[in-house]
Design a protein around this ligand. Structure first.
Ligand code: PFF
Length: 447
């Protein structure tokens, strides 16, 4: 709608569900288990939790505040809080670029999930062993047309939600999907509790084994804490801009961060219980949930249903996150250029679809095309998680801590500076930026 009054969430709960919907996604269910698996488990998980507490939550609050007080999109909120054409709108523009890069591989993985859900519904995994399922994954990877089709479906689904708008699309969608996701997840957790590998999974995830943690594992933990909380590119900022100026933010940030981390850990418990029950490799990489789980599900009583439920859960999680990424671009474009939401969503979705094709082709016809030794899929993932999001988060933190300063923090808490607000002030001024800077510096130059 051109020039319409800005939309707002119908309730505080609607906002929490939408923000949790954005945060809880493929990052929790697909990425966290395999990244924790590749990095040796417990110690990595501990570092990741530290990153969430010391870096993630402060940046989350900063993003929310900028959106809520700016009441504008990812670029113009900075301009409202500082001045027109401020250099501080740079993280906004970087966020727009990140949105396309993330969606380009995110919706391809979303497409794999849709394909596996479809196969589960058709009971195609029945009677298959681990090798057969591996073959299915490989045949999907080597089939550009099939992947393009599912990638298209995923973009179409997420586009339709954004097309419908904030209250009729995003809010309604999250209100139904997020509670369903929670119910399925808890059901699967109850199931994994009965498996022989459950205690080994707990040990793997929560006991810091003396593994070598390299600098790149630490970068991965920092990067993942941004990715999983949807930080550093304006998704939380944009959702925050649909909150009324009066809502207090700190509790919301803690709730979402708590939900996100708990769900990643629960997903890890479920997946590793199965992995260890069948003596499989926890470090299997990106194929972990696709290559191993369906074949294991079918060996379990009621396994076909488990497989349907599991991929449905991942579909919900992926869609509620993808819509928040699309919304960043659509909100910016409609407000900046005064275009209609419907047309803008159509164009942005089309561009996202085309931009995703190099990622689709990364596992087949373009698997040999590499930049910096990485396929497009890996490059887009690495560039965003390891660089763009942390850089965006660093700038957002500095803007909030220094440019807006104590007054903003006082407003965030709705009262004068006390223990928590002083803590937040220095976390956003020094601790979070320094931690991100050191990690980036170490990656670029080495100590
Ligand atoms: N947080 C999402 C996940 O964990 O899957 C991914 C994501 C969504 C990243 C939105 C960035 C973003 F702005």
């Amino acid at each position: 709608m051109k020039g319409a009054v800005r939309a707002h969430w119908g309730s505080r709960m609607a906002f929490v569900l939408a923000a949790a919907g954005s945060a809880i996604g493929l990052g929790n269910i697909w990425k966290f288990p395999y990244v924790a698996g590749v990095n040796g488990g417990g110690l990595f998980v501990l570092i990741y939790i530290f990153c969430i507490l010391l870096v993630g939550i402060p940046v989350f609050i900063a993003e929310l505040y900028i959106g809520q007080q700016g009441q504008k999109n990812v670029v113009e909120s900075f301009e409202v809080l500082d001045k027109k054409r401020t250099v501080w709108s740079f993280p906004g523009y970087l966020g727009l670029v990140s949105a396309f890069f993330i969606l380009s591989f995110y919706s391809v993985v979303g497409g794999w999930v849709l394909d596996f859900e479809y196969r589960s519904l058709m009971f195609q995994f029945s009677g298959m062993n681990h090798k057969d399922v591996g073959e299915i994954l490989n045949s999907l990877f080597s089939n550009p047309l099939r992947q393009t089709f599912w990638h298209f479906c995923f973009v179409l689904l997420s586009g339709s939600v954004v097309w419908a708008g904030v209250s009729k699309g995003l809010e309604r969608f999250n209100k139904v999907l997020m509670p369903s996701l929670l119910v399925i997840l808890l059901g699967l957790l109850g199931y994994s509790f009965t498996l022989p590998g459950f205690s080994k999974a707990l040990d793997f995830l929560f006991f810091p084994h003396a593994t070598d943690i390299s600098a790149s594992s630490i970068l991965e933990a920092v990067g993942h804490s941004f990715f999983t909380l949807s930080l550093g590119m304006g998704a939380i900022l944009t959702y925050g801009s649909y909150l009324s100026k009066k809502e207090s933010l700190s509790r919301v940030a803690f709730t979402v961060a708590f939900l996100d981390t708990t769900i990643a850990l629960i997903a890890g418990m479920i997946i590793f219980s199965i992995v260890f029950s069948f003596d499989l490799e926890p470090a299997a990489g990106p194929g972990l949930i696709f290559a191993t789980l369906p074949s294991l599900f079918v060996q379990l009583p009621g396994g076909s249903i488990l497989s349907i439920l599991f991929f449905l859960l991942v579909t919900f999680a992926a869609l509620t996150s993808a819509v928040s990424i699309l919304e960043v671009v659509v909100a910016f474009w409609t407000e900046r250029f005064n275009t209609s939401r419907h047309k803008t969503t159509l164009v942005v979705a089309l561009v996202v679809f085309l931009f995703g094709l190099p990622s689709v082709f990364s596992t087949n016809i373009m698997s040999d095309v590499k930049m910096f030794g990485l396929t497009f899929f890996d490059l887009f993932d690495k560039l965003t998680s390891s660089y763009f999001l942390p850089i965006g988060g660093l700038l957002i933190s500095l803007f909030y801590g220094w440019k807006l300063g104590p007054k903003a923090i006082e407003k965030t808490f709705g009262g004068p500076i006390k223990f928590w607000s002083t803590g937040l002030l220095w976390l956003t001024r020094v601790v979070a930026p320094l931690a991100i800077f050191l990690v980036l510096y170490n990656m670029a130059v080495g100590f």
